[in-house]
Design a protein around this ligand. Structure first.
Ligand SMILES: [Zn+2]
Length: 207
């Protein structure tokens, strides 16, 4: 939604890695652990993001989703960004682990069009079928209960330090409650981006 409003491309490292795994590339081979709740090697992720950022659509900004995910990635990435004259902004969505588990374990995706549903929070009109295209919905293996605990442990030990590091580096950080609706969070975020002159004042949410 933010990408549609700002025209900044949405770069999800998880999606990039899963595409490489599906295509059987060396980067994908090295990252198979993510399918079972692990993290991909830092060097692989750093290279993929650097390649993606070099494309022309990133010239005016980009949304990095799931990156930097480790301290090592953050330490590598920040000087690269600053070398390009880009000052990052960290946006955090605050959510307690009980709700995180409900969302991950209930998440279903359409392998045809990519639409995402949740059996508890955002059920499709017909159980098991995509509202957009009618194809069957699937579950990510790493969203299954066995792997969610592992992912939360990784978050606490590997990802939480990234926020501390960025804060020590005086990177701006904004926090929003993840319990609000996506549209409400987007509105607040756009408003703050406008107040800080990071997007055009006329930017608004297309309905
Ligand atoms: Zn679909």
């Amino acid at each position: 939604m933010l990408s549609q409003v700002t025209a900044w491309p949405h770069i999800s490292t998880g999606d990039l890695l899963r595409q490489h795994i599906a295509a059987g590339t060396p980067e994908g081979q090295a990252s198979l652990g993510i399918l079972r709740g692990g993290y991909a090697p830092d060097v692989v992720v750093n290279d993929l993001v650097a390649q993606r950022m070099a494309l022309p659509d990133c010239q005016n900004g980009m949304i990095l989703d799931g990156y930097p995910r480790t301290l090592e990635q953050a330490v590598q990435f920040l000087p690269v960004l600053r070398g390009h004259g880009i000052e990052p902004l960290l946006v955090r969505l605050q959510l307690d682990y009980t709700e995180v588990k409900v969302r991950l374990q209930g998440r279903r995706f359409c392998s045809s069009c990519g639409a995402i549903f949740n059996v508890v929070r955002l059920p499709p009109r017909t159980p098991g079928l995509c509202d957009e295209c009618g194809e069957s919905l699937a579950e990510r293996v790493d969203d299954q209960a066995d792997f969610v605990g592992k992912r939360l442990d990784h978050y606490a030990t590997l990802t939480e330090p990234v926020a501390q590091y960025l804060s020590a580096q005086a990177i701006r950080s904004w926090e929003f409650s993840g319990l609000e609706t996506p549209a409400a969070i987007l509105n607040k975020l756009i408003k703050q981006l406008q107040e800080h002159s990071l997007v055009e004042p006329r930017t608004s949410i297309a309905q």
